[in-house]
Structure formats: structure tokens, C-alpha cells
Write a protein that binds this ligand. Structure first.
Ligand code: GLY
Length: 316
């Protein structure tokens, strides 16, 4: 089967000043994941590789560039799922690591548990050889400004808090199918600007932020965490596909359904087990990209599909 990967860089009211950085980051991420798949890498390794590039890029709300709690600190979350056996790994309330998605992957492969948080996640990561970094080194100027803006004008619970919310959008994710037809999904985030210390959102919660099942497909979501988890958005899309809807229809129905019911916005990327693509967002913008037929397809505005030649890198 032809391998495929889709990435997203977060849904929200993304200001024009951040569009180019996000689209550039999409191309880097999808290339990293696709290159991994073309070398025979697993879907699980490919989604991790793609998400890692975005965790290093301050244009996204994950890893370096994560948004800040009310106390001005990062508290990051991530999850990853393998569709062959429905195994999952997740971390939450992580502060001193650049790549929460890699720790989540280790939870999947090396832990009897599915989700580790805070001090426990740190102990596990250190045991597995991950190195800590000062958590302040993960804080970008954009994230500081976003918190300041939130403190002056924000209302927690709104994803669209105005064009000055420069760091408040950009949860990242990827879904992939490898040569063997195996499916995986991964999602990583800093959460929402101005969140309470200890707040846990949708991203590390399987069925809300992430889902993958070789028998159906894979989903990664982004947007207003409390709404996404109330609606079990990722699993809602999976169930619609299971009942016969194609990936695009299922994604559109579920994202719009969540927004109609809960009055907050979201976005999702979806792959069916056959490699059909679904991309939809109810927010003003969401960056996304995938590779097909020697081209990268990408976009950030509603109904926008940009296309350019694909130049693979060397990232896996
Ligand atoms: N969707 C990311 C968050 O709300 O935490």
C-alpha cells in the first residue's frame, strides 16, 4: 500500500503574521514523516518524527513555543496510538523535556500504563534516558506575549481571542499509514494560554485528541480542549467512518457537530484505512499538509488547497 501522512499545526484565529511560519513548518513536518515512511519506517515512527519537528519550532504550541499557564510556566501534553493493537501512550503536565511525543511513544512501548503525568512522567522519562532541559528554555517571546494578552483581555474557554493572541494556537498532530497498512496517530500541545496550573486538556486523552485503529483509520484533533474532550471528537470521527462515512464527510460532520453543540471551534485531520484524506476546521484557520503523487498539498484558510513539488529531506 502507498504510505501516506497528514500533519496539522493547530486550529484557531491564527494572525496573518504567523501564516508563513506555520506553512513552512508544515512542509518540514510532513517531509520528515513521509521520508520516514519511504524508508520503510512504521506509521508510529513517522508520526513521531513529524511531531518532533513541530515541537522544535516556535511557530507551534508544542515543545519549544508552548503556551503558558497562569503562573507563566509550560505544562505540555502528548499522546500517540498504534492502530494494529490499539496500544496507546500519553503524558501530561510535562515541564522539562523538548519532546513530550517521544516520551509518550516510550510509554506506549515500555510501560504497562497508558498515561503518565507530572512527576511520574518525569521519573519514567529519566529512567528511559531522556535528558531534562530548563523549562524556561521552552518559553518563547510569542508565548509570553500571548499570556500577557490573555491576562489583559482573555476569557478562558474561547479559542478565538483576537489577532494579538500570537501564541495561543497551534497544537500539532500527525496521522499516517505505512507500507504494511498499519496506522498511527500522534498529537502534542502546550494547551491553552492562561490555563490553570494542572489543567489537562484533550490532547493526551485517547478518543479526544488522538485515535488510531487499523480496521478503521486515524484522527488527530486541535482546538478548544474542553469541548473536544466532552465530544470525544477523535472517536466520534472514527465511529462515523466505522458506520460507512468517508474520511472527509466524517471529519466535517463531527467537527461541525461539536461546534454547533458546544459553541467552540476545533479542527481535525483524518485518514481512513484505505488512505482517504479528511481535513476540516470550524476555526478561522488551521494549517495542514500531506504528500501525494510527488507533490505537497497544504493550506491554512478554509477551502484553500495549495500545491508544490515535493523535495524529500533526510529526517528519519
Ligand atoms: N487542544 C489543546 C488544548 O486545548 O489543550
Amino acid at each position: 500500500m502507498e504510505p501516506i501522512i497528514i500533519v496539522h499545526g493547530g486550529a484557531g484565529d491564527i494572525p496573518q503574521s504567523r501564516v508563513k511560519g506555520k506553512l513552512d513548518g508544515m512542509k518540514v513536518a510532513v517531509t520528515a514523516g513521509h521520508e520516514c515512511l519511504m524508508k520503510g519506517g512504521s506509521a508510529l515512527d513517522a508520526v513521531e518524527a513529524a511531531v518532533m519537528t513541530m515541537e522544535e519550532d516556535e511557530n507551534f504550541n508544542a515543545g519549544y513555543g508552548s503556551v503558558l499557564t497562569l503562573r507563566g510556566e509550560v505544562e505540555m501534553e502528548a499522546s500517540i496510538m498504534r492502530g494494529s493493537d490499539l496500544n496507546t501512550g500519553g503524558v501530561t503536565l510535562v515541564k522539562e523535556f523538548l519532546h513530550p511525543i517521544s516520551i509518550a511513544h516510550k510509554v506506549l512501548t515500555d510501560s504497562p500504563h497508558s498515561l503518565l503525568g507530572g512527576e511520574g512522567a518525569k521519573i519514567f522519562a529519566l529512567e528511559k534516558g531522556f535528558k531534562t532541559i530548563p523549562s524556561e528554555s521552552l518559553i518563547s517571546e510569542h508565548a509570553k506575549k500571548a499570556l500577557q494578552h490573555f491576562l489583559e483581555h482573555g476569557e478562558f474557554g474561547r479559542t478565538e481571542i483576537g489577532p494579538k493572541d500570537e501564541g495561543g494556537v497551534g497544537t500539532v498532530g500527525a496521522v499516517a499509514i505505512d507500507r504494511n497498512g498499519h496506522i498511527a496517530a500522534a498529537t502534542s500541545t502546550g494547551g491553552m494560554s492562561g490555563k490553570a496550573v494542572g489543567r489537562i486538556g484533550d490532547t493526551p486523552q485517547i478518543g479526544s485528541g488522538t485515535y488510531a485503529d487499523d480496521h478503521i483509520g486515524a484522527v488527530s484533533t486541535t482546538g478548544h480542549g474542553e469541548s473536544i474532550l466532552r465530544y470525544c471528537l477523535a472517536h466520534s470521527i472514527i465511529k462515523l467512518m466505522e458506520s460507512g462515512k468517508d474520511a472527509q464527510t466524517a471529519t466535517t460532520i463531527a467537527v461541525n457537530g461539536m461546534t454547533a453543540r458546544l459553541k467552540n471551534t476545533a479542527g481535525a485531520i483524518t485518514l481512513s484505512k484505505n488512505g482517504d484524506v479528511g481535513i476540516h476546521f470550524s476555526s478561522k484557520r488551521m494549517s495542514w499538509a500531506y504528500v501525494k503523487d510527488g507533490h505537497i498539498f497544504y493550506g491554512i484558510n478554509p477551502d484553500e488547497v495549495l500545491k508544490e513539488e515535493y523535495n524529500p529531506g533526510n529526517n528519519c
